[in-house]
Write a protein that binds this ligand. Structure first.
Ligand code: AMP
Length: 210
């Protein structure tokens, strides 16, 4: 299964892509995670990306298309993949088509902007492995400590309230038009994001099994 996960920032793409990855045994890749890893490594690509990310804008298409192209060409993707956070613009979707990548389903997790703003204030990310938590909806067992690798959790710079609003604007203006793009191709499925992670997962699995 070649799958794209769409949704506003904080809609739960990362959490759900992990669940799908485990159930269907296909790798999940997040361009946001790749860019944050590049920032942690201090690479040139990371430095370029950071300015855009902190401003709530999209990193230039050429940068993300380059990293995703390399990943999709690798052996790990030969039995399918989940793209979390890519494509995020029409030119990125067109680039995917030009690579000859066939997409089976595009799953959009729908969550209202007001809910997103409330949710983002509680998001925490692991400084070691990048795993994502929420203080209320998906807490780690021990406060501020990652269940998976034991490293400390932090608040992403771009989860600050002002930046979240900018990211939502960016989502509505540049990413949401992709829904019509994929609907025309007959591969779009929309799911309402629920308060509880497991309730959203049940809807996501049902949509993918349909
Ligand atoms: P995410 O972790 O998916 O919320 O992504 C965090 C930030 O990384 C976004 O707000 C963008 O600045 C950048 N980013 C992630 N994926 C993409 C993409 N496909 N195209 C452009 N920028 C991206």
């Amino acid at each position: 299964m070649n799958l794209i996960l769409m949704g506003a920032p904080g809609a739960g793409k990362g959490t759900q892509s992990e669940k799908i990855s485990t159930k269907w045994n296909i790798p999940a890749v997040s361009t946001g995670d790749m860019l944050r890893a590049a920032i942690r490594e201090g690479s040139e690509l990371g430095q370029t990306a950071k300015g855009y990310m902190d401003a709530g804008q999209l990193v230039p298409d050429s940068v993300v298309i380059g990293i995703i192209k390399e990943y999709l060409a690798s052996d790990v993707c030969k039995n399918g993949f989940i793209l979390d956070g890519f494509p995020r613009s029409i030119p990125q979707a067109e680039a995917l088509e030009e690579m000859g990548v066939k997409i089976d389903k595009v799953l959009s997790i729908e969550v209202k902007d007001e809910t997103i703003i409330e949710r983002m204030s509680g998001r925490r990310v692991c400084s070691g492995c990048g795993a994502s938590y929420h203080v209320k909806y998906n807490p780690s067992e021990k406060e501020n400590v990652c269940d998976k690798c034991g490293k400390s959790l932090y608040i992403r710079d771009d989860d600050a309230a002002d930046t979240v609003k900018k990211r939502l604007d960016t989502y509505h203006s540049q990413t949401e038009p992709l829904k019509a793009f994929y609907e025309k191709k007959g591969v779009l499925v929309c799911v309402e994001g629920q308060e509880k992670v497991e309730d959203t997962t049940a809807l996501v699995f049902a949509a993918l099994e349909a």
